[in-house]
Design a binder for this molecule. Structure first.
Ligand code: NAD
Ligand code: DAU
Length: 341
């Protein structure tokens, strides 16, 4: 029986990955470690929490008790992080603590428990910004712009140093911009959807011409699954959507699908350190493990829009912070216990 430690499993990508694992591997057990910051939401795991193969542990990855939480696990996928660039510009303290110190702590906990593999889930933002042409490969220099990206780069280097120093069996993955269900509505696509649903202005930073390489979260989960099981230790793998879109075009596409006017778009002052363009070369992953993104962006965006429309209660509660009350009522006792082995 394989036991997988998933940090940050109540967040956007982490919760999608937990659902994916539970469905794909009927004999796997999963231990989710999550602090439940503002971005963590147990509603993202609602049905999964009833599954006896899932154990939820409310814990900060900076807490030395993570060593106990990792006991008996075979594999680890490390999602837990502070993830919003704008927040890191306002105050990077939590980013430094969770993304750097927390990554060191959880990696050491996995090393102490002799896990067979550790995936450091990282981001294309560590490479910085691209001009109009070219793509980042795994050997592109690290050149982070924002405090968020700098802490992720530091975390990657920390994990790779444990690989070199101690032979820690770890892999770093770097993915482009994800979209899909359960994404916290401070991020661009769910924010634009939520604002448009309420007929509120859609804030576009700067000229709206910054480009992101979008990938559906299900394609990211499939790539992580392949790398977790068949990737090579000590390697870095890029995971890109091969789908570059300008922000303004994404906003227009959402408005079109909803039958809302473009006049809702409002240009606002630019984000400092706003990277102009991201694009990832994922040919290493394609050549070694046969992965490629399957979800078409336009279809995936429409399905995502439909998901948020059908989950208006999730959206409202997430935006109002009401999910916190839900958590207190339903899960606090269950969440407070460490897994029994
Ligand atoms: P998210 O913000 O939706 O979720 C983060 C989760 O981590 C939350 O559940 C939160 O409660 C938890 N967490 C935060 N600090 C913690 C701590 N100290 N201890 C324990 N848990 C803590 O993030 P996401 O968008 O799902 O991103 C997940 C990972 O993937 C991150 O490492 C991020 O850097 C990386 N990533 C994200 C994207 C993207 O487009 N969203 C792209 C590439 C890589
Ligand atoms: O590239 C991967 C990264 O993608 C992840 O590592 C990060 O965790 C994730 O937050 C995301 O970072 P971005 O900064 O690219 O995502 P965000 O959703 O914040 O913004 C996407 C683009 O939209 C970016 O060019 C900024 C712009 N934007 C964003 C917001 C929130 C706006 O124009 N208006 C907005 O209100």
């Amino acid at each position: 029986m394989t036991r997988v430690l998933v940090t940050g499993g109540a967040g956007f990508i982490g919760s999608n990955f937990v659902h994916y694992l539970l469905e794909k591997y009927p004999d796997y057990r999963i231990v989710v470690v999550d602090k439940l910051t503002y971005a963590g939401n147990l509603k993202n795991l609602e049905n999964a929490l009833q599954n006896p193969r899932l154990q939820f542990v409310r814990l900060d990855i900076c807490d030395p008790a993570v060593t106990e939480a990792a006991q008996g696990c075979d594999l680890a996928v490390h999602f837990a992080a502070e993830t919003h660039v704008d927040r890191s510009i306002e105050d990077a303290a939590a980013f430094t603590r969770t993304n750097v110190e927390g990554t060191w702590r959880i990696a050491e906990a996995c090393r102490a428990n002799r896990l067979r593999r550790f995936l450091q889930v990282s981001t294309d933002e560590v490479y910085g910004s691209l001009g109009p042409a070219g793509k980042f490969t795994e050997t592109s220099p690290l050149n982070p712009s924002s405090p968020y990206a700098a802490t992720k780069a530091a975390a990657d280097l920390m994990v790779l140093s444990l690989v070199r120093t101690h032979g820690f069996p770890a892999i770093v993955t770097r993915c482009s911009n994800n979209y899909g269900p359960y994404q916290f509505p401070e991020k661009f696509i769910p924010l634009i959807i939520a604002q448009a649903l309420d007929n509120q202005p859609l804030p576009l930073y700067g000229d709206g011409l910054n480009v992101r390489d979008w990938i559906h979260v299900s394609d990211h989960c499939r790539a992580l699954d392949l790398i977790l099981h068949y990737g090579r230790d000590a390697e870095i793998y890029n995971i890109g959507g091969d789908c570059e879109r300008r922000n303004i075009d994404v906003a227009r596409a959402i408005l079109r699908s909803m039958g809302k006017p473009e006049s809702l778009i409002q240009f606002v002052s630019d984000r400092p350190c706003h990277d102009r363009r991201y694009a990832l070369d994922s040919s290493k992953l394609a050549n070694e493990l046969g992965w490629r993104p399957l979800e078409n962006f336009e279809a995936g965006l429409t399905a995502t829009l439909r998901w948020y429309q059908q989950h208006s209660a999730w959206l409202d509660q997430t935006r109002s912070g009401e999910y916190r009350d839900y958590f207190e009522r339903n899960y606090l006792r269950r969440a407070a216990t460490l897994p029994a082995h």
